[in-house]
Design a protein around this ligand. Structure first.
Ligand code: ZN
Length: 367
């Protein structure tokens, strides 16, 4: 063990140790979620890692730092963009623990250039029945079924035509087949294109009741969808041969919904979970603690549901959180027989949602 640094507040050595250690824990193996949990408990609570941090900092970890440390351990090498974004947001006091940790996952897809808008991204077929039709930083997804298309998060009003309508056309699909639009939550970067799809293709728009209310009370110069279908917790959206399961995961907004999507990769079935809201942008608007608690409960419940459903694909509505900025280019280079970059396995998804829950616990600041 190296000697403790003289300046107690200087946490960078601890962060480096933490980083080095968690990379060596082997959490990214094929173990089941239960096994991952055991590893985390050992690593964060009672093992040599904790001792090392205490040695380096000469003080026991407080509740905030303990949760950040748990999030760091859960993040492994894969979930750093999520970790760095939301743990620094929730716990500025614990930034020292994250110092020196950098993610090599870019914030957005590389703009195409050639006169296209900076935000524009080309559409991509990701699975047999799931397509990426989003921007460089904001994700929109299209699920194809035997009876039409479901769009999840049509993103902005200014981009919906270029990304969704023309994107589907470029992929050989017909936007007139859009039957449903699921809106994960009522913010303009996800709901902004819904009105257009409602007007243009008579698509039915599905939003939770709390976020219909949020939309109805939101100002801003963008077209809100007309109130239509209310998503309830456990809502099954059945279209032809495909059923999506919508789950209430309040926290990011009062009515954020996350979605389970059955997908196939060259015929091999997988289950995707699309996390509907990520950042803690309720902070500073009053009653932070209540919203952190809601967020934690949702993240932990979604973690359990994802595990029970054997979800092995994690999706976000921001390209950096789920690694789409790396996975979409990797998909373009994929050769026959190679692993699918989006298929990360249940254990990785357990850890992704653990990062979300632990960073929220850090924000709450108690045990
Ligand atoms: Zn949002």
């Amino acid at each position: 063990m190296e000697a403790a640094p003289a300046v107690h507040a200087h946490r960078t050595p601890a962060a480096r140790q933490l980083n080095a250690r968690h990379r060596g824990l082997g959490l990214a193996g094929t173990s089941l979620p239960g096994a991952a949990l055991t590893s985390l408990a050992v690593a964060v609570g009672f093992g040599p890692l904790d001792a090392q941090i205490q040695l380096d900092t000469q003080s026991p970890l407080g509740p905030v730092e303990s949760h950040v440390a748990a999030a760091v351990a859960a993040a492994g090498n894969e979930h750093l963009p999520l970790l760095l974004r939301i743990c620094t947001q929730a716990a500025p006091s614990a930034r020292g623990l994250l110092e020196g940790m950098v993610s090599d996952v870019p914030d957005g897809l590389t703009p195409l250039g050639g006169g296209m808008p900076e935000w524009y991204a080309a559409p991509v077929k990701v699975f047999d029945n799931l397509y990426y039709v989003g921007q460089t930083e904001y994700s929109a997804w299209a699920v194809t079924t035997s009876e039409g298309i479901i769009i999840i998060d049509p993103i902005f009003d200014y981009s919906v035509e270029a990304e969704v309508t023309q994107g589907l056309q470029k992929l050989g699909l017909n936007p007139a087949d859009i039957r449903y639009v699921v809106v994960s939550h009522g913010h303009s970067d996800h709901a902004g294109g819904a009105r257009y799809l409602q007007d243009e293709f008579r698509a039915r728009v599905i939003v939770s009741a709390p976020d219909w209310e949020l939309l109805e009370t939101t100002g801003g110069d963008w077209p809100k969808p007309r109130r239509d279908i209310e998503a309830t917790d456990g809502y099954e959206l059945r279209l032809g041969d495909t059923t999506l399961e919508l789950v209430a995961t309040p926290g990011h907004t009062p009515g954020t919904i996350s979605t389970f999507i059955p997908v196939t990769d060259n015929g091999t079935p997988h289950t995707a979970v699309l996390v509907g809201g990520t950042a803690f942008n309720f902070m500073g608007r009053g009653d932070d603690a209540r919203w952190f608690r809601e967020y934690i409960a949702s993240a932990e419940r979604l973690r359990l549901l994802a595990s029970q459903r054997g979800a092995d694909v994690i999706l976000s509505n921001h390209t950096r959180y789920d690694g789409s900025t790396v996975k979409l280019p990797a998909l373009a280079r994929r050769r026959p027989g190679e692993a699918h970059p989006y298929v990360v396995g249940p254990e990785s998804i357990w850890r992704y949602l653990t990062v979300a829950a632990e960073c929220a616990r850090a924000g709450l600041g108690d045990n």
